[in-house]
Design a protein around this ligand. Structure first.
Ligand code: ADP
Ligand code: MG
Length: 320
């Protein structure tokens, strides 16, 4: 649209690798240079978040917790403490499917050269459970009550980063943006130029470039969990990077699970929980909570076409 005396809207699309995926920003505004600066500021924030949250960076707050919290309480930053509290709530909410204390299981499977034996799995599984994490609000400290525990924010960190990025963009007075944290979490700000919702495609996990279905997003975050991009292969068999904390085994069953809800931290955690807990649990969960929508993709038999299940009362999950 042309305004007399005003500049034409510009759109930039820019991406950068963080947290093991590509963060992509689509920003709209009056001036390209201003948008590029805002994108750089957003990327700098994600870089700092990764430095705080990554289990792979030995100096991160989380790595320090993992190294020491089974010996004494470890004080973390207020931001990380609040995220851990939120993770504890989401764990309870999902009946323990989403569980950041699955970290030791995640590590075991991701580095396994052969399928771990059941005794080894049971020993590691015994270190899993939010009840063994003591969060002390008085000094923002974290303590583990089981030796060898590990927390892993892989199923919540990208959603958290998306939320923080949108806040930075909002502070920069950008009105229209779409943030994608890899395939994990999409989080928009405002509305696209000529529509009242963002139309987002869900990929067919069996055929990479094919679109299986679409969803409309308005002021909500949309997260996807699956096993087709991230997995480990052991003795020729692919195992999911998502672990069921109840059994200690990588999850099989669904092709994809997606969650639509206003908070990107929650959508990120819920897509993982839906993937673990399956179709019927997800149906019951969304029925009890009218503000959450889900898409579950199943396959009856190998070779069959994927089946899309749209779940929840959200109008947007009804599809385009
Ligand atoms: P993506 O990383 O593609 O967004 P998810 O959001 O589902 O996928 O997160 C999966 C990651 O979370 C795993 O790679 C691992 O680091 C961690 N994880 C695995 N199982 C669980 C679980 N049951 N609860 C919480 N985090 C998990
Ligand atoms: Mg995710």
């Amino acid at each position: 649209m042309l305004h007399s005396g005003m500049s034409v809207d510009t759109m930039i699309r820019i991406s950068r690798a963080f947290m093991g995926c590509e963060f992509e920003l689509v920003l709209t505004g009056a001036e390209k240079a201003y948008l590029t600066d805002a994108a750089e500021e957003a990327f700098e924030l994600v870089r700092r978040l990764e430095e705080d949250l990554s289990v792979f960076i030995p100096t991160s707050e989380i790595a320090e917790v993992n190294a020491l919290a089974d010996q004494h309480p470890v004080i973390v930053s207020p931001r990380v403490f609040r995220l851990l509290q939120k993770a504890a709530e989401l764990s309870a909410e999902t009946e323990g499917a989403f569980d950041i204390t699955a970290g030791a299981l995640v590590k075991l499977w991701s580095s396994a050269e052969s399928v771990p034996n059941q005794d080894a799995l049971d020993a590691v599984r015994a270190t899993t459970g939010m009840q063994f994490v003591h969060l002390n609000e008085r000094n923002n400290s974290v303590e583990f009550t089981k030796p060898g525990m590990r927390i892993d924010l892989g199923a919540i960190g990208k959603g958290f980063a998306a939320a923080e990025v949108v806040q930075v963009l909002r502070d920069a007075r950008i009105e229209t943006a779409l943030v994608a944290a890899g395939t994990s979490t999409l989080y928009p700000l405002g509305f696209p130029p000529d529509a009242d919702a963002w139309t987002v495609g869900v990929r067919n996990p069996l055929m990479n470039n094919e679109r299986l279905t679409t969803v409309k997003i308005r002021d909500q975050a949309f997260s996807t969990s699956g096993s087709h991009e991230r997995f480990v292969e052991i003795d020729g068999v692919r195992y999911s990077h998502i672990i069921d904390p109840m059994t200690g085994w990588p999850v099989k069953g669904l092709l994809l699970a997606c969650a639509l809800v206003d908070d990107p931290i929650e959508s990120d955690a819920l897509s993982t929980a839906f993937f673990i807990n399956g179709l019927e649990w997800t149906r019951a969960y969304c029925q009890a909570r009218g503000d959450v929508g889900a898409i579950i993709v199943t396959q009856e038999q190998p070779g069959d076409d994927p089946v899309v299940h749209r779940i929840g009362t959200l109008q947007d999950i009804g599809g385009a």
